[in-house]
Design a protein around this ligand. Structure first.
Ligand code: BG6
Length: 473
């Protein structure tokens, strides 16, 4: 039997978030982003953190880095246009031309190498000024400032960029809220009410961004993006299975439910109603969200790990749901899976399950735009890195994508590994390395920023050259 595996036009490549790689945080008119200023915030607890002023110095090395991507045979590269490089304060009347010119040069360089740019908007990069002055996406004004920013970016790159991602991991704000929404919880409201406001404002931001891009270029391909982490039941007891089901709906699927169906699902409406929470939804908001849903082209996701959760014996329905949604219940080790050095479960099969869940529920093409493993690595004496653990991680995940396509009929457009080069993690750790290319820069700020190809570099090059047929190490 002839099983179709990766389509001939499959978009192989990798992805990066520019606040985590560029450095040059105050160069050429750039304003500070929430990522740049997060270092003193309580959300960042790690003592080995370094800061973003240099990072991988991708700002000055982008051509060298893109050359390395071209050498691996990339068909696509996802990067983020840093909001505060274009609108340094966020509410500026005019954009920063130097910022636009920088990304335009990067896009031109990618196109000259036959690499399709995939542009992300909002990836930990809200102007810090908007956070301090408006409390970020907690404020409706910021939704409109964002839509204006997106229109400027989309207009500038309309003839050059086909693929757009409106908002990185829109569903993950309950974890790193300031980073993801540029806001903090006001004192006078409950966490649930705060999250309800953020849910609506970020959905509206996605919808307005999508419509802005489509109005400028109807041919553009636009997606929403989530992080998907399958949640398994702690045991086969019905209460655990139910808890996992509810958690999957709320934390993994709610965002796409709204983006694809253009409405808030009944399970979510009912939850808010029972809590007595009503969000200020303007008349036109749901029309905007509905219209955007009719124009959504594909779904994109990051996939790193899975989790398990426990149910409870609470009699009160509302308490029961609220307890299920408390992430403390997910902090259990899965005895069937290995973890990386940061305790993240490694679960390639979970990716096949994810792809099936999304495709069967939404029937839209899927683009995997982040998947990879953080490893604490050091250069060998002979300047090599034998990252077999990374190769093994990718082998498992790519094999499961192949199975999802060939066995289950899922439509997958492409696969972008995380990441082409080393950079700072979301917690600003340089030692948590994800790249196919090692960057000589340490958490203490030492290192000459030279680039070194890891073993996985050559392995991924072969994978792309064989269109995913040869995964051997
Ligand atoms: C995703 C983010 O959540 O996970 C990336 O989109 C991030 O920006 C990646 O780097 C890996 O997480 P971490 O914490 O290891 O950097």
């Amino acid at each position: 039997m002839n099983n179709q595996s990766f389509p001939h036009n499959f978009l192989w490549g990798a992805a990066l978030s520019n606040v985590q790689a560029e450095g040059a945080i105050q160069e050429d008119g750039k304003g500070l982003s929430v990522y740049d200023t997060l270092i003193a915030h309580q959300e960042i607890k790690n003592s080995t953190q370094s800061n973003s002023d240099v990072a991988s110095d991708h700002y000055h090395h982008y051509k060298e880095d893109i050359d390395l991507m071209a050498e691996m045979g990339f068909k696509a590269y996802r990067f983020s246009v840093i909001w505060s490089r274009i609108h340094p304060h966020g509410d500026d009347e005019e954009p920063n031309e130097k910022g636009l010119a920088y990304y335009e040069a990067m896009i031109d360089y990618l196109l000259s190498k036959n690499i399709q740019p995939v542009v992300s908007l909002v990836h930990f990069d809200m102007p810090d000024y908007l956070f301090k002055t408006y409390n970020g996406f907690y404020s409706r004004e910021v939704v409109d400032l964002y839509a204006k920013h997106v229109a400027v970016v989309a207009n500038r790159f309309k003839h050059k960029v086909k693929y757009w991602i409106t908002y990185n991991e829109i569903n993950t704000f309950p974890h790193l809220t300031r980073l993801i929404t540029g806001s903090i919880q006001p004192e006078n409201i409950s966490t649930q009410a705060y999250h309800a406001v953020l849910t609506h404002h970020t959905q509206l931001a996605h919808a307005k961004a999508l419509l802005a891009i489509k109005a400028i270029n109807p041919q553009a391909q636009v997606s929403g993006m989530i992080n998907y982490g399958v949640i398994y039941p702690y045991s086969s007891q019905a209460k655990d299975v139910y808890a996992a089901y509810v958690m999957n709906e709320f934390s993994n699927l709610l965002s796409f439910d709204v983006m694809v169906f253009g409405n808030y699902p009944k399970y979510y409406q009912s939850y808010l109603k029972n809590l007595g929470i009503s969000v200020d939804i303007h008349n036109e908001d749901m029309e905007i969200i509905k219209l955007a849903s009719s124009k959504l082209d594909f779904l994109s996701l990051s996939y790193y790990q899975t989790a398990i959760t426990k149910g409870n014996d609470l009699e009160d329905g509302l308490e029961e749901i609220d307890d299920i949604l408390n992430i403390k219940n997910m902090r259990h080790k899965n005895p069937h899976l290995d973890t990386n050095e940061w305790g993240w479960h490694i679960d390639p099969k979970g990716l096949r399950l994810t792809l099936n869940t999304l495709y069967r529920r939404y029937n839209k093409p899927i683009f995997i735009v982040e998947n990879g493993i953080g490893i604490d690595e050091e250069l060998n004496q002979d300047l090599t890195i034998e990252d077999d653990a990374r190769i093994s991680y990718y082998q498992g995940h790519i094999k499961n994508i192949k199975d999802a396509i060939s066995q289950d009929g899922v439509e997958v457009m492409g696969y972008l590994a995380w990441a082409p080069i080393d950079f700072l993690s979301s917690h600003k750790e340089m030692r948590k390395r994800y790249g196919f290319v090692y960057i000589n820069r340490k958490d203490d700020g030492t290192g000459d920023l030279k680039r070194y190809r890891k073993k996985s570099f050559y392995w991924y090059k072969k994978v792309i050259a064989t269109n995913g047929e040869d995964l051997s190490n």
